[in-house]
Design a protein around this ligand. Structure first.
Ligand SMILES: N[C@@H](CCC(=O)N[C@@H](CS)C(=O)NCC(=O)O)C(=O)O
Length: 187
């Protein structure tokens, strides 16, 4: 019997949130690890926008947004409050995170300014630690922020945030989520 297919990229925070949901509910998939510079033809056929993750169900349905994959496999519907936090994460925080991490990809960007802007979200998270599925949808992005300059991140006073991130990064589910897969190649 064929399984649903998941196109994924190990370090992508969107793919991580989808994989965390898949692991939490023991949903079985055929994992296809892709390189973003060498996207498989089949993936581009079913999802021409070319982003990961993509989940293709046995009946052919394609789900090409990470949050929708989470909602589908977990049978979860975000509450208005959860949506508020995820939208801030995916828009406001991600915008500043990208410019903090990769200032050279943009014109006229000061990475320290964007780090400060990103911190507004992190300080709010520190005061409202996300739980459950919401937590899984946000921590992969905070992980990226923290990894960019670990020393600086650790020197900040957001103790709840640091503890929350640490407990996510040391969980058995996250370890399973980050197991390395060889690149999938179409035959
Ligand atoms: N809104 C999408 C965003 C996914 C996304 O941007 N993934 C990145 C990798 S981290 C990607 O595939 N980038 C390739 C590209 O944009 O060309 C989702 O939530 O699934």
């Amino acid at each position: 019997m064929t399984l649903p297919i998941l196109y994924s990229f190990r370090r992508c925070p969107y793919a991580i949130r989808a994989r965390m949901a898949i692991i939490r509910c023991k949903y079985e998939v055929e994992h296809r690890e892709v390189l973003l510079r060498e996207r498989p033809k089949h993936m581009m056929e079913i999802s021409p926008k070319g982003t990961v993750p993509v989940l293709q169900l046995q009946n052919g349905t394609v789900i090409e947004e990470s949050l929708e994959i989470m909602e589908y496999v977990l049978d979860w519907q975000l509450t208005d409050e959860e949506r508020y936090w995820v939208e801030r994460n995916d828009n406001e925080f991600k915008f500043h995170l990208d410019r903090y991490k990769y200032p050279n990809r943009y014109d006229d960007v000061d990475h320290v300014n964007h780090r400060s802007q990103a911190c507004k979200f992190l300080i709010d998270i520190d005061e409202n630690i996300p739980k459950g599925n919401l937590s899984d949808s946000i921590f992969p992005f905070v992980r990226q922020f923290a990894n960019h300059d670990r020393e600086w991140f650790d020197s900040q006073t957001w103790e709840n945030l640091k503890q929350w991130l640490e407990s996510n990064l040391t969980s058995d589910e996250f370890k399973e989520c980050m197991i390395k897969h060889p690149q999938w190649k179409q035959e």
